[in-house]
Design a protein around this ligand. Structure first.
Ligand code: SF4
Length: 377
């Protein structure tokens, strides 16, 4: 398959692994944070950690949009569905994410709330057209990748006069989160910090690789925008190792088949029209970050579910012992969690990192990487 097979070639992987072994300095460590959950899954699915020297370590970052959603927002969505007589439309990933008191959208649905899983914003609009006497709310989450389709839906609802449709907006922005992590990394007294970043791929198709240049400059941090196939990740790791060895800290783009420096200007203009930046937003694991999320702009206030239903700001209560917050900061790994594989499994998730298809705990569990330590030399 075009753009898949050639990026999964075992022969090329062997050559890239040899180059990484040759160029990585045995006298130091290379801690490379992969920002996206998609990278984390590629690393585990294809066993990439075992192909690189032991002093090259992949550190998992906060790039799973379901995982960083604070519990209070899940509680808000559950409240909407249970107490406001709405049809709540949501992506499947969110259905099993635990809210406070082990409640989830799936459990609320089982108890009678009208919650429907959709594959796109178009599905949510279709439900609103079919049920004009009911309020239909789309639970919008994701990074800059999924914000443009939400913006299109908001404009479409306005154009059609779909007054029963609104959006509960939870879109978050990646550069502020990366800046936070790099700032903490610079402050940390931990012996091993982050040496380089495998930058977001799909997000960067929208905002462009140039969006990370201020971060790279401010924190003297090498960044390589990396695709999601195994050879993308290996090539990007090699590019980072070369930058680190040369003492450089540029933003380089490995994912040139999709990402440009400027990004998608049309999508950016659409987002600027429909959304405004929130002064601050709570990220699970990272806390309240300034200018890190989108709200629906005042000119589209009538489509904003937060205003329509006067949703309160709620904090939510984390499960005791769940290490999702520190895993999202790259400080712990899933196997460090006492609940991993015992109390917490994909069938019975305690935290969002075990639920989402992009979560680090789900990746460890799915590919069994916790069963045997890496043995590469
Ligand atoms: S294993 Fe479960 S409880 Fe532990 S950090 Fe992961 S999601 Fe949280």
């Amino acid at each position: 398959m075009k753009y898949v097979d050639e990026f999964r070639s075992g022969e090329r992987a062997v050559r890239l692994a040899a180059a990484i072994h040759r160029e990585a300095d045995a006298g130091r460590t290379y801690r490379l944070m992969e920002f996206c959950g998609g990278h984390t899954h590629a690393i585990f699915r294809f066993g990439l950690q075992d192909l690189v020297p032991v002093n090259v370590e992949f550190v998992h970052g906060p790039g799973c949009p379901v995982c960083v959603l604070p519990m209070g927002r899940i509680d808000n969505a559950i409240d909407l569905a249970r107490n406001h007589d709405v049809i709540l439309c949501t992506y499947g990933d969110l259905m099993r994410v635990p809210g406070s008191h082990r409640m989830s959208l799936l459990k609320a649905k089982a108890a009678g709330a009208d919650i429907r899983m959709v594959y796109s914003t178009r599905d949510a609009l279709a439900i609103a057209r079919a049920h004009r006497r009911r309020q239909v709310v789309f639970f919008a989450i994701g990074f800059e990748t999924t914000a443009p389709p939400t913006a299109v839906a908001i404009r479409q609802a306005r154009a059609e006069g779909l007054s029963n449709f609104s959006v509960f907006c939870n879109h978050v922005l990646t550069p502020p989160a990366l800046a936070y992590i790099l700032r903490e990394n610079a402050r940390a007294s931990r012996p091993a910090g982050i040496d380089g970043v495998l930058g977001p791929s799909h997000v960067s198709t929208i905002i462009g690789s140039g969006a990370y240049e201020p971060c790279a400059e401010a924190f003297s941090m090498p960044v390589v925008i990396a695709g999601f196939e195994p050879l993308d990740v290996m090539q990007s790791a090699l590019m980072l190792i070369r930058q680190i060895n040369a003492g450089r800290h540029a933003v380089e783009n490995e994912y040139t088949r999709v990402v440009t420096r400027e990004g998608n200007r049309k999508a950016q203009a659409l987002m600027a029209e429909v959304f405004e930046t929130r002064p601050a937003f709570e990220w699970r694991g990272l806390g309240k970050l300034p200018d890190s999320a989108l709200a629906i702009a005042g000119s589209y206030a009538d489509v904003d579910a937060e205003r329509r239903f006067a949703l309160p700001a709620t904090a939510g209560s984390e499960v005791k012992g769940c290490l999702c917050p520190s895993i999202l900061r790259g400080e712990d790994k899933p196997a460090d969690c006492r609940l991993f594989g015992t109390v917490c499994t994909p069938e019975n998730p305690m935290g969002a990192c075990m639920v989402s298809s992009e979560g680090a705990c789900a990746a460890y569990w799915s590919y069994g990487r916790f069963r045997q330590p890496a043995t590469a030399a």
